[in-house]
Design a protein. Sequence first.
Length: 112
Amino acid sequence: VEAAAWISRALLGRDLTPDERKVAGPLLHYLSGAVAGAAYGALAEMAPRVTAGGGVPFGLAVWLAADEGLVPLLGLTPPPQDNPPHRHLLAALAHCVYGGTTEAVRRGLRGS
C-alpha cells in the first residue's frame, strides 16, 4: 500500500483515497508477483535447473529479496527485526506456495 501511495504521489501528484488504497496495494502486490513470475518463466527457459525444487526456491528467493530486503530498505515496511518470528515464517510459507504455483503454471503452459 505504501509503494502504491508513493507511486500515486510521484505520478499523479496526490495521495490515494482510502478506497483507492484498498485496491492499489493488493494490485501492486499482484503485479509485482506477475512480473517476478514472468522473469522466472523466462529464466527457466534459459536455465532449466532453476526449476529444481518445484519453484519453492524461487518463492523463497522472492521472499528474501523483497519482503526481507528491498521493501524494508525502501522504508515501505518496518525492518525485519521489528516483526515477530511467526510473521516471517508465515510470509516464507506463503512465498513457497507462490513459487510452487508459479512452477505449476509454467509447466502447464509449456505442456510439460
